[in-house]
Design a protein around this ligand. Structure first.
Ligand SMILES: [Zn+2]
Length: 556
């Protein structure tokens, strides 16, 4: 065995060992939650009618979900997810009760009727219970039961990480989005429920002193986007003249916040203007656009963006970029609305690829500034957010176990995309790439690979090492260089195998593009004495190998 092979073997052993250690922390429940099990794979979701009663006094949700599906291949066991301590009380098909068993958060439903390939079937799942109460929504999610200043109930769900099955029974995996959906929510008659889509009708159940709000969603929707927001709401609206015609914008806020909201929510229209410009038409005209006040910070609930930023600019009044630009807009309105394009229009097939949601959306914050305040403001903002980058672990998580990667999917992701914009070096082309993404993957679930392939194709060069570097690795590529006798020797260090992205530098203030690889290249014919500076818009490091490493920083 020669030395190279020996080291390769050691490397393989080490990486297998660390992989084994990593996978050991995942449980069977994680696999059942995060993978496309045989009991999920055979059927394709077409329709949900979620019909629930919300009892605020006892913090109980009960009701039924009618699930329609198409049979892709014959099978007789169906996986339905509903988390402890919620219970399924009955499941029927063609009015006949079905047997089922429970394994933690998963129900195995035994079907009696033959499931013929291509046929459309339906099951009705009855359920009830007190769902997990969110410890720290929207991150540590579940239900939030609060009261407003007037003592009225103020209730909402936020369950992105934990999953929609924390409060209702569904096929709780992002790969299969339901094609359309009805949501009926019964609440005490003094309260209103705002869910996704359009309000079709309201039933007043006088005897029970309740009201039932019926909402209809006419587009594919991801599970975690489904929401109930319940409170003593006041309502106002406007019509936005957008790229696809007239878009109804409806705003629901606590009655005593109406005047503040009328002022603060002007950012909604500014967001739609900016993001339609960069990303293309708002993806859900049929369902309208809504902002709904909730008792937590906010969430990208499809066509019903929830808001709890306290009617302050910035992120709860703070500027994430440290440049001042972050205080010129309401972070939650811009960020959560940005998710209508990336998260709701284009959804990850596995949460390991959640950067597709968060990187593009964090990036949309600077595009908003670019539209309203110009390119310099936008660059300052996105460079400013680098202070939040940890480089602790890769942005992509583990597949098939419902595991997402590092929080760097926000601002490292945004800076990766800002770097890509520099490489494209043509803003109109860059805009057409971003708009093209929303067209190519309109209302679809996608993988990182699909997004990568699309971007490489449109950029016109193989960008795989670029994505390997920023999404699958924590190292920051560093332009290493050496100056001697009017020559510049340069290469990428700290980089993944084959990393070869071009970079813009300034040599004695003059712009120059280099095409470094991981081996040394030379630029000849420079003055005897010269200065090299990497364009700070690239999220890379630089190191004069005769000197020392420094992170490329924006100029003050
Ligand atoms: Zn987000």
């Amino acid at each position: 065995m020669h030395k190279g092979a020996f080291y390769t073997l050691i490397l393989i052993l080490i990486s297998t060992m660390s992989f084994a250690q990593e996978t050991a922390k995942f449980t069977r429940q994680d696999t059942l939650k995060g993978s496309i099990t045989p009991e999920r794979e055979w059927w394709n979701l077409t329709y949900y009618h979620l019909d629930v009663k919300v009892d605020p006094e006892n913090k109980i949700i009960s009701g039924k979900n009618t699930i329609r599906y198409k049979v892709l291949k014959p099978h007789n066991v169906m996986q339905i997810d509903l988390q402890e301590p919620m219970k399924i009380t009955k499941i029927t098909q063609s009015n006949k009760e079905l047997n089922f068993t429970r394994e933690g958060n998963v129900f195995w439903v035994k079907l009696v009727e033959k499931q013929h390939e291509g046929s459309a079937n339906e099951v009705v799942v009855h359920f009830e219970g007190s769902p997990i109460i969110a410890k720290n929504p929207p991150w540590d999610g579940g239900l939030t039961w609060q009261k407003d200043k007037n003592g009225n109930h103020f209730i909402a769900n936020a369950n992105q990480g934990i999953g929609a099955s924390v409060w209702w029974p569904c096929k709780d995996h992002p790969y299969d989005e339901v094609e359309n959906m009805k949501i009926s929510v019964t609440v005490p008659e003094n309260l209103m429920d705002v869910s996704n889509g359009r309000l079709i009708k309201v039933d007043h159940n006088k005897k029970e002193q309740t009201k039932t709000y019926h909402w209809e969603v006419n587009n594919p929707i991801n599970n975690y986007g489904v929401n109930i927001s319940i409170g003593d709401y006041a309502h106002f609206s406007e019509v936005y003249d957008g790229e696809k015609g007239k878009l109804d914008c409806n705003y629901y806020v606590l009655s005593y916040n109406l005047e503040k909201a009328k002022e603060q929510f002007k950012d909604a229209k500014r967001t739609l203007q900016a993001l339609e410009h960069w990303f293309g038409p708002y993806p859900f005209y049929e369902d309208g656009y809504k902002l709904v006040e909730v008792p937590y910070l906010g969430m990208e609930h499809q066509s019903a963006v929830t808001y709890g930023n306290g009617y302050k600019n910035g992120y709860k009044g703070n500027d994430l970029s440290g440049t001042g630009w972050g205080l010129t807009f309401d972070f939650i309105i811009i960020h959560e609305s940005g998710h209508e394009w990336f998260a709701n229009n284009i959804t990850d097939k596995d949460v390991a690829d959640m950067w597709i949601h968060e990187s593009f959306t964090a990036y949309s914050e600077n595009l908003f500034l670019n539209y309203h305040n110009g390119k310099e403001a936008s660059a300052a903002y996105v460079l400013g957010t680098r202070s939040a980058i940890q480089n602790d672990r890769p942005i992509i998580g583990h597949y098939n176990v419902s595991h997402h990667g590092s929080g760097d999917m926000y601002y490292k992701g945004a800076n990766m995309l800002h770097t890509l914009r520099q490489i494209v070096n043509d803003d109109e082309k860059w805009r057409s790439i971003l708009r093209g993404l929303n067209k190519e993957f309109y209302h679809q679930v996608v993988t990182t690979q699909q997004v990568e392939n699309y971007l490489s194709k449109r950029v016109g060069r193989d960008m795989s090492s670029f994505f390997d570097q920023y999404l699958r690795n924590t190292k920051i590529p560093t332009l290493e260089y050496r100056k001697r006798d009017g020559n510049l020797f340069y290469r990428w260090g700290n980089a993944v195998y084959g990393f070869n992205i071009p970079v813009k530098v300034y040599i004695n203030g003059e712009e120059k593009w280099l095409e470094p690889t991981t081996t040394w290249n030379t630029l000849e014919g420079l003055p005897a004495d010269f200065e090299v500076k990497v364009d700070p818009n690239f999220y890379v490091g630089e190191m004069n190998v005769m000197g020392r490493y420094s992170e490329v920083k924006p100029e003050k």
